[in-house]
Design a protein around this ligand. Sequence first.
Ligand code: MLT
Length: 270
Amino acid sequence: MSAREQTAVLHFTECGAGQPPLVLVHGFPLDGEIFAAQRDALGARSRRVLVPDLPGFGRSPPLAEGKPYTIASLANVLYEALHARGALPCVLGGLSMGGYVALSFARQHPEALRGLVLIDTRAEADSIEGRQTRAAMIEAVRVRGAAAAADQMLPRLIAESTAHARPEVAKGVRQMIERQPATTIIRAIEAIRDREDATPWLSRIRTPTLIVVGQHDVITPPSLAEAMRAALPTAWMTTIADCGHLPPVERPEALTDRLARFLDQVSPVR
Ligand code: MLT
C-alpha cells in the first residue's frame, strides 16, 4: 500500500482507514520512516495509521523561532495536528523519545486516547550523569553535525545480533540519523534532557497500555519497561527477542504483530 503524504505544521504519512487511528511517533534522532513497515502492514489490514515527523525531523519544518521545543510542547503540537486532521481519539504509540511525547500527551489529553503503546522508552527523567552525557553530545553535534550523533548512538541502538545478521539495518539507521539537521538534533537533545519525570502520573493513566521492549535494549532496558508496567494499572508488557532499542526495523514483523493484537483488543475491526 502506498502511503499518503500531508504537511502542515507536521508532516504525516498515512495509510488505511478505520477508527480509532493508530499514531506512531518516532524516536531520537530519527524520523517517521522508522515505522514504515508497521504503517504499511497495518494500513493494509484495515487500520488507519498516521506517522508524523516531529518538528524539524524528516519532512516536518522546524517550529517557528521562539516557540518552545519541549517534550510537553511537542505533545501539544501533535495533539493540535491530529485534531486538525480528524484523527482523535487515537491509539498513540511512541518509540523512546516518541514515548516521552506519548506519556506527556497521556497526561495532558487523556480524553483523546483509546490506547497507548510505549516502545523502548522510560518514564524517569534524566539523571545528573545522563544530563552531562547530553551536554557532550550537543557539543559533538555542534562541531561535527549529525554524523557525531550517529557515531555515538548507533552501537547502542541496535542489538549485536541484528548488526551481524543484517548490516543493512545499521546502515539504514545511520542514513536516517545523518539526514536530520544538526539544529533539530540539538533542540531535541535539550528537550529530552529537560523532560519531566513521568513516573508520578503513571498510576493515573487509565487508557489500555501496551509496553514493548527489545530483549537486548541497553538504552531503555527491560528492567525499566517492567518498572513502568508495575506502576501502570492498565498495562501489558511484551518483550521482543533478539532485538535492541529499535524493534520497528530490527524485528519489524514481530512489532507489527504485537501492535495488531493490541489494536484488536482495544478496538476490534468490524
Ligand atoms: C531515543 O531513542 O529516542 C533516545 O535514545 C532517547 C534518549 O536518549 O533518551
